[in-house]
Write a protein that binds this ligand. Structure first.
Ligand code: PMP
Length: 423
């Protein structure tokens, strides 16, 4: 049997360093919210493969659906020979995505690909090429999405300038002194300085920024964006890759924002650990691209579609939206107790079960603590993730199916780590 150390040596020799690693451990097995490494050590998983496992590792119903699909066929390419499950996923998403209008969907493989295709649809529909994205946004690592992602290092460092026609607006974040009026003014500034509204195809944003630090947009801000988009004929794109599939306590975060996007992207937890992404939008907008303009060899794979249908069923059968809200309240309450003890915890925030704590010192982001806390937690058997433009945010993405005792055990470990690190 191998060791984490041996595998790390081989990884460093064989794998491109651009593919970074958060934790120097290698997985043997996983079940619900528990992971075992190759040395047999057990961990509580608060990372969920970066927001992919809202229904936990290998949910029995997801596993059974995939196993059943494997008995029939694994691949035909939907564009060559169709299958019902792809259509069913689109029908489901057309219902689940907010918006009181007819919708159509298309399926892909990764979140980045979904965002790329959302932009393609917006461009085709509006016959415009400009896109407004926000500071600290994360929309992916492919070329077009890198232009939208609002963080140069490490994502596009050394790669030269990304594609043009992307304009950067300020994402409202009061903790860091950016108010909604400032954000709206930054868009007006773009219209004044850089591009006419009639050249802007889309405004894209995450309803709650994910990699950027778990900052939620307010319904009021979303309404202002919606009004502006309506006024100027601009498509509003909600990137729900990280917020979607129940993480925020509604199936999509936009349900809590009072207005609907024209196009919504989804991925990650939608298929419970299998690669599926997609876009759902107004039928009249989605119709802008003719046959052949959307798709991909693996997009909406039969295995991923089977998994997604099972995930959607599990949400209903196990009341996971209600559970997300209950879990979120519990996590926030426990983190608030820890916040009262340590001045470094500047804020505990979150929507539903998308929870983060931000670490600051003397009114400034304090990035030095997260790596220490991640290491301490791992040593005590808890897998945590950080995020944030400044790397000073700890985020909790525990499976919504995690048992209460395990959730508390994970939170206990966080408390122990804070005791050690914030001295
Ligand atoms: N959009 C958002 C909001 C994301 O959080 C991510 C992934 N972290 C992506 C897009 C890109 O998804 P993927 O890594 O599957 O390409």
């Amino acid at each position: 049997s191998t060791t984490n150390e041996a595998l790390m040596a081989r990884r460093l020799a064989a794998v491109a360093p651009g593919v970074g690693h958060v934790h120097p451990i290698f997985t043997q097995r996983a079940e619900n919210a528990t992971v075992w490494d190759v040395e047999g050590r057990e961990y509580i998983d608060f990372a969920g493969g970066i927001a992919v496992l809202n229904t936990g590792h290998l949910h029995p119903k997801v596993k059974a659906a995939v196993q059943a699909q494997l008995e029939d066929f694994s691949h035909t390419c939907f564009m060559v020979l169709g299958y019902e499950s792809y259509i069913q996923v689109c029908e489901k998403l057309n219902q689940l995505v907010p918006g009181d209008f007819p919708k159509k969907s298309a399926l892909f493989t990764s979140g980045s690909e979904a965002v790329e295709n959302a932009i393609k649809v917006a461009r085709a529909h509006t016959k415009r090429a400009g896109v407004i994205a926000f500071t600290s946004a994360y929309h992916g690592r492919t070329m077009a999405t890198l232009a939208l992602t609002g963080k140069v290092a490490p994502y596009s460092k050394g790669m030269g300038l990304m594609s043009a026609n992307v304009y950067r607006a300020l994402f409202p974040c009061e903790l860091h002194g950016v108010f909604e009026d400032d954000a709206m003014a930054s868009i007006e500034q773009i219209f004044k300085n850089d591009a006419e509204p009639s050249d802007i195809a889309a405004i894209i944003l995450e309803p709650v920024q994910g990699e950027g630090g778990f900052y939620a947009a307010t319904p009021a801000f979303m309404k202002r964006l919606r009004d502006l988009c309506d006024r100027e004929g601009i498509m509003l794109i909600a990137d729900e890759v990280q917020t979607g599939a129940g993480r925020t306590g509604t199936f999509f975060a936009m349900e809590q924002m009072g207005v609907a996007a024209d196009i919504t992207t989804f991925a990650k937890s939608i298929a419970g650990g299998f690669p599926l992404s997609g876009i759902t939008g107004r039928a009249s907008v989605m119709d802008a691209i003719a046959a052949g303009g959307l798709g991909g060899t693996y997009g909406g794979s039969p295995i991923a579609c089977a998994a997604a249908l099972a995930v959607i069923e599990v949400f209903e059968q196990e009341n996971l939206l209600e559970r997300a809200n209950r879990m979120g309240e519990h996590i926030k309450a426990r983190l608030a107790v820890m916040q009262a003890k340590y001045k470094q915890i500047a804020e505990v925030r979150g929507l539903g079960a998308m929870i983060a704590i931000e670490l600051m010192e003397d009114g400034k982001p304090a990035p030095e603590y997260c790596p220490k806390i991640l290491t301490e937690a791992r040593n005590l058997g808890l897998i945590l993730l950080s995020c944030g433009t400044y790397g000073n945010v700890l985020r909790v993405l525990v499976p919504l199916t995690a048992p209460d005792e395990q959730l508390d055990a994970g939170l206990d470990i966080m408390a122990t780590c804070f005791d050690k690190v914030f001295k």
